[in-house]
Design a protein around this ligand. Structure first.
Ligand code: PLP
Length: 398
């Protein structure tokens, strides 16, 4: 009997046309319901702090929303803008602003290169690729980015004009950078600081599921190293309130923010201040910490379930993985370098996974070993089925 038939025989519930899917880090309907209830408990404000939320204007975002962003990102309110619904869009806009106008210490050109930590977030890589930016992969080591490699690359190439990092619960590896590592990364970029962007995507700034190390403000560490004009901190409420319908934030030096607002003024006459008002009002009634604690109750059991399956595979020497203390993902490393075969076989029996290489620039996984698992969206029963399928496939393909 071939492997597919064996799996179908051992998992008789397969083939009932259900789609099992671990591809994207989406909040589950239950998570979204928590936010929906908060929204239903308040009335939509139309005016806040003397600002008419219904009208154009206030391109930097309303003060209470900027305050919310500074709380989430650990940045100064005056150096934090509250904007529209996606931090990924902000990343696109800051690249475009650097490319077309330039920031104080950043001017991207068609020849610019970026350092990308791998495995990393697929949409970052696609975005950089769309700009024609050459991506140089630097791997994560067990405890964090390979900083010696970052130093080495930058020291020998003045054409490297940026790096993209997810410093807390990195997507997908789950790494959280220590202050010492942040300091070393900021020191490593100094040789190219006349033209360099540090994109600090803090998408999972407050998404701890287990005890996670404290981090100092990246802005303070940047100031100490004289790279404050190079640092662009991003974040959003996408994984806090509503994905695709939250608010995004950016923090950088005052000069950079002024330039960015001027650039954005030609893109839009105003951010969506109605949504900013809604969010500001919600979080004046419930704290971010309390809300994240409620979300954790829904997400943590799913992480524990996935971890139990992966631990079992690890004990059989079939994989490596680091246990994430938060965020949205697991990063599976096949010991048999057969990620593509695992992904394809899972697909044939009904479990969707991201294509091989998705967490690498140009979709090239040099070891054919990495698979990102995103456990938040399915309910726990379906997640268990996903992991049953996944484990069975990994074991059968050994
Ligand atoms: N950055 C990272 C690292 C992510 O993992 C994600 C979503 O998965 C995003 C950004 C997207 O955030 P937003 O919805 O604010 O664009």
């Amino acid at each position: 009997m071939n492997i597919l038939d064996q799996i179908k025989e051992e998992l008789p519930w397969l083939g009932n046309n259900e789609i099992y899917d671990l591809t994207r880090g989406k909040p589950s309907p239950n998570q979204l319901l928590l936010s929906q209830k908060l929204i239903e408990s308040i009335s939509q404000p139309f005016e806040m702090d003397g600002v008419d939320l219904r009208n154009y204007g206030t391109p930097e975002g309303i003060k209470p929303a900027r305050n919310l962003g500074s709380t989430i990102l650990g940045t100064e309110e005056e150096k934090t803008l509250a904007l529209d619904n996606s931090s990924l869009t902000l990343m696109h806009q800051i690249l475009a602003c650097s490319y077309f106008l330039g920031f104080n210490s950043s001017k991207l050109t068609p020849e610019s290169k970026f350092i990308c930590l791998v495995p990393g977030y697929d949409r970052h890589f696609k975005l950089l690729e769309n700009f024609g930016i050459e991506m140089i992969s630097v791997p994560f080591l067990e405890n964090g980015p390979d900083i010696e490699k970052i130093k080495e690359f930058i020291a020998k190439d003045s054409g490297i004009h940026g790096i993209v990092c997810v410093p807390r619960h990195s997507n997908p590896t789950g790494h959280t950078f220590t202050d010492e590592q942040v300091d070393q990364i900021f020191k490593a970029v100094q040789p190219n600081k006349e033209n360099f962007m540090i994109i600090w995507d803090n998408a999972y700034a407050c998404h701890d599921l287990k005890e996670t190390i404290e981090q100092s403000s990246a802005s303070i560490i940047a100031n100490r190293n004289g790279v404050e004009d190079n640092l662009f901190i991003l974040g959003s409420t996408s994984k806090i309130t509503l994905a695709g319908a939250g608010i995004s934030f950016i923090s950088s030096s005052t000069k950079n923010l002024d330039q960015f607002i001027s650039y954005r003024n030609s893109l839009t006459p105003a951010p969506n201040k109605m949504n900013q008002g809604l969010h500001a009002k919600i979080f004046s009634q419930v704290s971010i910490i309390d809300h994240m604690t409620e979300l954790k109750k829904l997400i943590l059991p799913k992480f524990e379930l996935v971890e139990s399956y992966l631990l079992n595979l690890k004990k059989m020497n079939l994989c490596e993985f680091a246990s994430p203390t938060g965020g949205y993902f697991f990063s599976f490393e096949s010991s048999n370098n057969n990620a593509e075969e695992i992904i394809n076989t899972c697909g044939e029996v009904g479990l969707k996974l991201l294509p091989v290489g998705s967490c690498f620039p140009y979709l090239k996984d040099p070891n054919n070993s990495n698979i990102r698992l995103a456990p938040t969206f399915p309910n726990i029963e379906d997640l268990e089925k996903c992991m049953e399928i996944f484990s069975k496939v990994v074991i059968k393909l050994n």
